[in-house]
Write a protein of this length. Structure first.
Length: 244
């Protein structure tokens, strides 16, 4: 049943299958938010390496306002990750079945807030800086959540680590294993499960980015509504009574 399957994705009892499926969904979502968000605010809000580099560049150029803007994004990301950890640990200590669904429900609300802040920021007096902070908070929240769920096996908001691991496994795959001492020096073997998983995550992030960019290009900030609804539906499954 679809409800039973969706419930497993945010259930407290985890399997590698549920971790992978949740990771693929959230990676697609992160790609869409990151690419669409760039067209909206001219910044990639999940790329903290780029944010720190921007701070360094702008500080060297004497652009203090740009440094403060990047610092705000960095702090928002960290606070988002900390919020996710607090929510998960709070629920875990109380044996709540909503350990992983609550951060996703908050993310759904924040995604709708991003659309509202972006679409009406001139009318309601909000700034693009606040919109960027919301996006950065959201990315930190999601990345910390899936990191705790998968015991740091899956990351969804950036691909640098994924591409590094893909390169490592390809290097193992291409290694020729011609050693005179195969007892003390075991043969090098690629981890095909990791190679497959990380390749899927990178591909999913890219496809989400294409869809997010196309959505913002054609319909604007309203493109945030479908992924927000999908997140809300996914996170609400643990609140439904279980079938006997």
């Amino acid at each position: 049943m679809p409800v039973d399957y969706l419930r497993t994705l945010t259930a407290t009892e985890r399997s590698r299958r549920s971790n992978v499926h949740l990771g693929i969904f959230l990676t697609f979502n992160a790609g869409a938010i990151n690419a669409g968000g760039f067209l909206a605010v001219d910044e990639y809000t999940s790329h903290m390496t780029g944010v720190v580099s921007t701070m360094a560049d702008e500080l060297a150029l004497g652009h203090i306002d740009m440094v403060l803007g990047a610092l705000t994004s960095l702090i928002a990301f960290v606070v988002g990750a900390a919020t996710s950890a607090i929510m998960i640990n709070w629920a875990r200590r109380r044996q709540s079945p909503h350990e992983y669904s609550m951060p996703l429900l908050l993310e759904a609300g924040l995604l709708l807030a991003f659309g509202l802040l972006g679409e009406y920021h001139h009318a309601i007096g909000t700034s693009i800086a606040l919109t960027i902070a919301v996006l950065s908070f959201l990315m930190g929240l999601q990345n910390a959540m899936i990191t705790k769920v998968s015991n740091a096996e899956i990351r969804t908001t950036h691909v640098t680590g994924l591409m590094t691991d893909i390169g490592i496994e390809l290097g193992k795959l291409l290694y020729w294993n011609q050693s005179p001492d195969t007892v003390s020096k075991p043969a090098v073997r690629a981890n095909f499960d990791k190679l497959k998983l990380h390749s899927m995550l990178v591909t999913t992030f890219f496809l989400g980015g294409v869809l997010g960019a196309l959505g913002f290009k054609h319909v604007g900030y309203i493109a945030t509504v479908p992924p927000a609804i999908a997140l809300a539906i996914l996170s609400s499954m643990t609140f439904l009574p279980e079938r006997r």
